[in-house]
Design a protein around this ligand. Structure first.
Ligand SMILES: Cc1cc2nc3c(=O)[nH]c(=O)nc-3n(C[C@H](O)[C@H](O)[C@H](O)COP(=O)(O)OP(=O)(O)OC[C@H]3O[C@@H](n4cnc5c(N)ncnc54)[C@H](O)[C@@H]3O)c2cc1C
Length: 429
């Protein structure tokens, strides 16, 4: 079967649903495709509060937030098709600038032709296999996403003593889910010298949930044949090892974007984040293909992902209606054709920066923020921005640089860049 639409949104999480609601409200035909049985993305099975602050100016649970965003997209007139997995790109036949997607559904294969595509496929935590932790391979070793699926969607059981690997925000979400399932977290480990999540979470987390956090510590072995019996952990400062008895291990954080479709499209990719490179309009290197949410910044909170969805609406609309040029020509924003972007780079301790391209004249990036992912902690963040060997900005920001969470820099720090100059670099002074 063939379907033709103005915009295909791949992924019905917070970013995709918010983009869909805005685009449908603007009068476009919008089709959201999600491989799950229900739309909503990760928040659907993240059954605790903490969602909606920046986009909805309220706080609610993940499932309530997911339902609200899905309803908003439907009410705005978007079509939301679930159990629909986009498996690749087909050769477009519908005219210049059209994109074609191959979709697999329980009713059979579907082909979707769209004038623009918004990729909103999110990110996932790397499972144990990808982290190369040696030892036995018993069941009972999960990521947070898998844990929340078992507990919240399938009402399944986990063990009674868990070790949580990682001390990010998501790690505390895992602790809460374990507690709800009657499982005590006997240890949380972090390879960093201090827990990655905000003190606002880790301090009460340690006290109220009574979770001991071992910093500078890594899990070096999992033991147990038919079920998990223990993990062996190593103190990275002393090399000392000890065995912790447990029956459940949850690997948290360590994000990889769900980037298969982006790669299959041949989009320019960022080697640091393994995400498609986007510019300040969230356009990728292929005209008419945009990318939003955790696919481009693995990983930030749901409200930030949703606000990407809101940000991209104007740019997709301009592209599809040809207000800033002809559809398919890749023009955006300024009405004078697509100007070449300036590459934005980040130096260590940053692993990646998003957006990776600054297109002069195309407006600010979402929330007027540049997002960076640090691998090290710095209590004082002295940010230095340079271009062609010239310092264009230097500012000490009032928030620390912490691994395991996004570091935000006001995009105004780039305002002194030369639109015709070379790459811009962000570093710490
Ligand atoms: C355990 C946990 C707890 C969290 N707690 C909070 C919190 O308290 N507050 C907060 O703000 N954020 C929280 N987050 C982060 C938040 O959930 C994410 O930032 C948000 O879900 C990102 O939205 P997204 O739209 O980018 O991607 P996702 O929510 O990941 O949605 C992506 C969607 O794309 C679909 N998809 C992927 N590939 C395909 C394909 N090929 N075809 C069709 N569909 C596809 C997926 O099925 C999914 O529905 C938490 C995350 C986790 C894992």
């Amino acid at each position: 079967m063939n379907l033709v639409t103005d915009v295909a949104v791949v992924g019905g999480g917070p970013s995709g649903l918010t983009a869909a609601a805005g685009l449908a409200a603007a009068g476009l035909r919008v089709l959201v495709l999600d491989r799950e049985r229900e739309a909503g993305g990760i928040p659907r099975h993240s059954d605790h509060t903490g969602y909606g602050l920046r986009d909805l100016r309220t706080v609610m649970t993940g499932p309530a937030y997911a339902r609200l965003l899905a309803n908003r997209a439907l009410e705005a007139g978007a079509q939301v098709r679930t159990s629909a997995m986009v498996t690749g790109w087909a050769t477009a036949t519908g005219g210049d600038g059209m994109h074609a997607l191959d979709v697999t559904t329980p009713e059979g294969r579907l082909r979707v032709d769209a004038r623009a595509v918004v990729l909103a496929t999110g990110a996932r935590e790397r499972p144990r296999t990808a982290r190369m932790v040696p030892g036995d391979r018993p069941p009972g070793v999960l990521t947070t996403g898998q844990l929340q699926n078992v507990v919240h969607l399938h009402h399944g059981r986990v063990g009674t003593r868990a070790v949580v690997v990682g001390a990010e925000l998501v790690s505390w979400s895992a602790v809460l889910t374990l507690r709800e399932a009657g499982c005590r977290t006997v240890l949380m480990t972090s390879e960093h010298a201090r827990a990655e999540s905000y003190a606002a979470f880790s301090v009460p987390g340690r006290a109220l949930l009574r979770v001991p956090v071992a910093t500078s510590t890594r899990v070096v072995r999992i033991g147990g044949r038919d079920a998990v019996e223990s993990v062996e952990v190593e103190d990275l400062r002393t090399g000392e090892r000890r065995t912790v008895p447990c029956d459940t291990v949850v690997f948290t954080g360590d994000w990889v974007p769900d980037h298969e479709l982006a790669r299959a499209a041949g989009l320019a990719m960022d080697p640091g984040s393994r995400s498609p490179v986007v510019d300040n309009t969230l356009a990728t290197s292929r005209p008419g293909v945009f990318a939003v949410g955790n696919l481009v910044h693995p990983v930030d909170t749901a409200d930030v992902a949703a606000l990407d969805g809101r940000h991209v609406v104007r740019h997709v609309l301009a592209y599809v209606t040809g207000r800033s040029g002809t559809p398919g020509s890749g023009t955006t924003g300024s009405g004078t054709g697509r100007r070449p972007g300036i590459p934005l780079r980040a130096e260590a301790p940053f692993r990646w920066v998003s957006p990776g391209l600054v297109r002069p004249g195309a407006g600010a990036p979402p929330r007027h923020r540049i997002l960076l992912w640090p691998d090290e902690h710095r209590a004082v963040a002295r940010v230095v921005v340079t271009q062609d060997g010239r310092e264009i900005a230097r500012r000490t920001l009032p928030w620390p640089v912490s691994p395991g969470r996004v570091f935000r820099v006001p995009s105004s720090l780039l305002s002194g860049a030369d639109p015709r100059g070379g790459p811009i670099t962000i570093s710490l002074g």
